[in-house]
Structure formats: structure tokens, C-alpha cells
Design a protein around this ligand. Structure first.
Ligand code: ZN
Ligand code: ZN
Length: 357
């Protein structure tokens, strides 16, 4: 989850570009986890997409003969095949008509296919293909709420999640080169834009709302479940960004802690300790995220192995999704949930945040 914190880059520009703030696109690097060397792009049912590859332009449409573009990395170039046409190009873009957003399906053959709404850019980078989807901020927020929300979360919990996700997108840019965010929980987990449903409703009910601290939006971090108290970045060895966070009581997790246990080698165990987010992430990247699911755990030896026993899931900073769900079930509004987990922060609309400068 949202591990490293950076002070918002480009924040000043956002504040000054007030009428553009809401229309601003978020550039998300997608499917990078698969290190793809090959992609297919096709139009979603009933729509057309325009693919620009080198000097060529293709219209992909289900009803027409050519509806799939196959793209392969070849050194610093890509080979693009549409029907019997083959093009070599260093860059490919796909949009809807009039360069607007398109509904398209991007697939890593044999592995995954996902539907996106936005514009697509593909580039070869050291032998693999990098796919960046430029999507409207609100589409991105709804997609995160759909991917991140806990099952059965009531509308107010989803709205709190939407405001946190939007704040993160607005203030948390600059974590990657070539795009703003990735689609994993290292930034924010993002799959497909939701159709009609509770995630889309939570995004539209909170449209344009972000959290500010000392009148600056901040990249709100959140966690799946805490250990009964939320953590601060400083406690976990992270540098605070432009919001300090507070360690707040989380009644639900205090009463219903989610326990985990894992067994690792003594050598691996020597590299992790409770309250060290960087070490936890390093281990999880190497051995899988279930190795050390949270920052609250104790160690004990068993033969040549070490047993880690802990509670919670995620870094434990900011909004606790399990606690937020319980608060909403007990009748809390999204504003109450946010002010519980983000003390001293204020919820404002992006336009107001922009015009206050
Ligand atoms: Zn990322
Ligand atoms: Zn909690």
C-alpha cells in the first residue's frame, strides 16, 4: 500500500489552473506487473478506437474486419499488426474519435485482459512494453473505489474512500517516471471503471472533493485494516509528507483484530522488524505480500525458522477500511469517517481549493 510519501509535486500548478483541475487527466501506468512484451488492443463492444502507429492510422471496430491491434516489443521499436498491415514504430497511441477517450480492452495475451476508459500510449522500455492510460480524474477515482473497497462496505464508507483516493491522485503525483501512478497497491489499486453501482455512485456523490491540510491537498494514505490504532509515517520510519497523520483509535480493529501468522527463515527474519515499513515492503516484494502483511507483529523462534505473528493488513496509516466500514454501518457520514482518521484535515471541493489562492 501507499508506502513512500512525497510532498505533492506540481501542486502549485494545480492550484493555479483552477478551471482545469477537475478535467485534469491522471496518467496511470497499467499492467506493468506482468512485464509485458506483447499486448493486444481492441475496441470495447459498440465503440471504435483510433490507433496511431508511426505514419499509419487504424480504426478498430468490432463490426469491421480489423478490430484488434497486436503489439510486440522489438528492441527500441514495436511491431504493430492490424489484420495484414504491419508497422514498426517507437510509439503507439489509441484514442476515441476526435482524440477523446476511448473504451478499449488492453490484454497481455494468455494472462490478463482489462477494460479501460481513456487514451492509451504504448512505448518500448528496455525490452518490455509500457502502457499508460490517461483517464479522467473521476473515472480513476471510481476505478480505485471499485478495486479497493471491502465487500459489503456501505455507501458512506465508499464515499470516504473516494475522497481519500481523489486526494491521493491530486496530490501524490511524481512517484514514477513516464506516468503519475501505477495500478498496484504501491500507489492505488486500480482495475476497471465500474459500471453503474455503488463505487460509481460514491465517486459521483463526492465529485471534486479532496482533503486539505493547511489549505494544501495531501496524498491521503489508507490501509485495509489497522491493529486497533492507526500509525503515523514517522513511527514507521517514513518521512512525513504535507500531512503529518495521527495515531487514532480504531474501535472495530481493537475489538476484531485480523490476525496473521507467517513462517520465515531466521536470516529473512533478521531483516524485518515491527514498525519499519521500508523493510516490510522490501521483504514483501521478494517473498510476496502475505509474508509480512502489516507493521504490527512479534517474532518467536521455532527451530531454524522464525514465526511472525501480527495483526492488521497494510501499513496502518490513515483511513482504516475495516474501521470505516464499521463506522458507516453504525451511521457515520463520510465526513465523520474522514475527520476521525484524518484529524485536522478539511474536505473541500477542488474548485474551492483552487480559488483560495
Ligand atoms: Zn506506483
Ligand atoms: Zn482499523
Amino acid at each position: 500500500m501507499k508506502a513512500r510519501i512525497k510532498v505533492a509535486i506540481g501542486f502549485g500548478a494545480l492550484m493555479l489552473a483552477s478551471p482545469l483541475a477537475l478535467a485534469e487527466d491522471v496518467r496511470i501506468g497499467v499492467l506493468g506487473l506482468f512485464h509485458p512484451r506483447q499486448f493486444t488492443v481492441s475496441a470495447a463492444d459498440g465503440t471504435a478506437i483510433i490507433v496511431h502507429a508511426g505514419q499509419e492510422t487504424f480504426v478498430l471496430e468490432r463490426s469491421s474486419g480489423a478490430h484488434v491491434a497486436e503489439i510486440r516489443a522489438l528492441g527500441s521499436m514495436m511491431v504493430v499488426r492490424v489484420g495484414t498491415h504491419v508497422v514498426h514504430t517507437p510509439k503507439l497511441t489509441a484514442t476515441g474519435r476526435a482524440s477523446g477517450p476511448a473504451d478499449f480492452v488492453l490484454a497481455v495475451p494468455g494472462k490478463i485482459a482489462r477494460h479501460y476508459r481513456g487514451t492509451l500510449e504504448l512505448k518500448p522500455v528496455s525490452g518490455a512494453l509500457v502502457a499508460v492510460v490517461g483517464m479522467d480524474l473521476e473515472t480513476a477515482v471510481a476505478s480505485v473505489v471499485a478495486a479497493e473497497s471491502l465487500s459489503g462496505a456501505p455507501p458512506e464508507a465508499l464515499k470516504a474512500q473516494a475522497v481519500a483516493a481523489r486526494s491521493y491522485f491530486v496530490a501524490g503525483k511524481g512517484r514514477h517516471s513516464g506516468f503519475d501512478f501505477c495500478d498496484t497497491t504501491r500507489c492505488q489499486f486500480l482495475r476497471e471503471p465500474p459500471g453503474r453501482g455503488s463505487a460509481a455512485e460514491a465517486a459521483s456523490a463526492t465529485r471534486g472533493l479532496v482533503m486539505v491540510y493547511q489549505s494544501q491537498p495531501f496524498a491521503a494514505m489508507y490501509t485495509r485494516s489497522c491493529s486497533g490504532r492507526t500509525r503515523t509515517p514517522v513511527e514507521l520510519g517514513l518521512s512525513p509528507g504535507n500531512y503529518p497523520y495521527y495515531s487514532v483509535d480504531c474501535k472495530y480493529c481493537r475489538e476484531h483484530p485480523s490476525h496473521w501468522q507467517s513462517r520465515i527463515s531466521a536470516c529473512d527474519a533478521s531483516t524485518v522488524r515491527s514498525s519499519d515499513e521500508a523493510a516490510r515492503l522490501k521483504m514483501d516484494r521478494r517473498l510476496g505480500w502475505r509474508t509480512v502483511p502489516s507493521n504490527s507483529f512479534a517474532k518467536r523462534s521455532e527451530g531454524d525458522r522464525v514465526i511472525l505473528e501480527g495483526t492488521g493488513e497494510g501499513h496502518g496509516i490513515g483511513l482504516c477500511q475495516s474501521g470505516a466500514r464499521a463506522m458507516a454501518e453504525e451511521g457515520a457520514s463520510f465526513q465523520q469517517i474522514l475527520s476521525h482518521y484524518y484529524p485536522n484535515a478539511t474536505v473541500v471541493s477542488l474548485e474551492r481549493a483552487a480559488s483560495s489562492r
